[in-house]
Write a protein that binds this ligand. Structure first.
Ligand code: GDP
Ligand code: MG
Length: 298
């Protein structure tokens, strides 16, 4: 449905791993949709968040962190991000106030130079630096690309410095794509899987977070409770033991924390059953990547 004067459009959030893309998206939405973590590369999928206002609708896409392809999985993530740049109305290029432009930023800027979409430089984590340090940083980034807007923010402190209004000015008149009360187009089972993976990230270390994937094997809504069976896939037998922990303690903790978050998000009581499975080389396996949503099904 097209209303007069109504604006809508798609906005991609891009940036190196760990700059705060998921935090910014969550801040824009006011609810937990995309998972965050202190370890880089948590976000692997395109997650859309929807901000609805009486006069506009903004649909945000949280791209996977772009970096040099190593595994087949990472290659696909870069391809996805590049495709996204061309499909959106505005690109938010997110950087950190406490870091000068590095190779990761330059790699992204090179790819941004290939698209016609307007790019805003969003300088996040301004709460970590003195105000005087911002101007030199802005000047340095400005020599690398001609940004349409430069907006300092602190996603963590909910200080977005008029970001939404600045974006709005760049959006075309368009339809209301989604119902007003909808925050994301991601299915609930995907969000449930992301929450379990977030807990694996929180509670394990070294290579384990990067070697694990979560697949929801079944999700059944009953009148009183939603029953979820999820599998945590790891690369090696030795990792399985670590994720399970002594007498199953770690897996239990992952399950408890995940269940509480899923209950909050879905607003229902949840029974969550977790398994740990070994699948050697899953990051190179197209079927597995499709299953966890890294390869999109057409
Ligand atoms: P992503 O990899 O770009 O999605 O980054 P995340 O959103 O997962 O954030 C990475 C880390 O940076 C987390 O520990 C966040 O809490 C932290 N972070 C995000 N935004 C801010 C901010 O504005 N200020 C500070 N101090 N930390 C932030
Ligand atoms: Mg993220």
């Amino acid at each position: 449905m097209q209303e007069k004067g109504f604006r809508s459009g798609f906005i991609a959030i891009v940036g190196r791993p760990n700059v705060g893309k998921s935090t910014l998206l969550n801040c824009l939405l006011g609810e937990k949709v995309s998972i965050t973590s202190s370890k880089p590369q948590t976000t692997r999928n395109r997650i859309r968040g929807i901000v609805s206002r009486p006069d506009a609708q903004l649909i945000f896409i949280d791209t996977p962190g772009i970096h040099k392809p190593v595994h087949r999985m990472n290659e696909l993530m870069v391809e996805t991000a590049l495709r996204t740049y061309n499909e959106v109305d505005v690109i938010l290029f997110l950087v950190e106030a406490n870091e000068r432009p590095g190779p990761g930023d330059r790699f992204i800027i090179e790819t941004l130079a290939q698209v016609a979409t307007p790019v805003f430089l969003v300088i996040n984590k301004v709460d970590l630096v003195e105000k005087e340090r911002l101007l030199p940083l802005i000047q340095e980034f400005s020599t690398l690309h001609s940004f349409e807007e430069i907006i300092p923010v602190s996603a963590l402190k909910n200080d977005l410095g008029g970001l939404v209004d600045t974006i709005l000015k760049r959006l075309p008149e368009g339809p209301r794509y989604f119902p007003d009360d909808q925050l994301t187009d991601q299915p609930e089972r995907f969000i449930a899987a992301e929450i379990v993976r977030e807990k694996v990230f929180e509670l394990t270390k070294d290579e384990i977070p990067y070697s694990s994937a979560v697949v929801i094997e079944s999700m059944k809504e009953e009148p009183e409770i939603t029953r979820i069976h999820a599998a945590i896939f790891v690369d090696r037998e030795s990792q399985k033991g670590i994720v399970i922990g002594k007498n199953g303690a770690l897996l239990k903790e992952i399950g408890t924390r995940a269940r509480l978050d899923i209950e909050k998000l879905l607003g229902v009581k949840v029974f969550l059953q977790l398994w740990v499975k070994v699948k050697k080389g899953w990051r190179e396996d197209d079927r597995m990547l499709k299953n966890i949503g890294i390869i999109e099904e057409e």
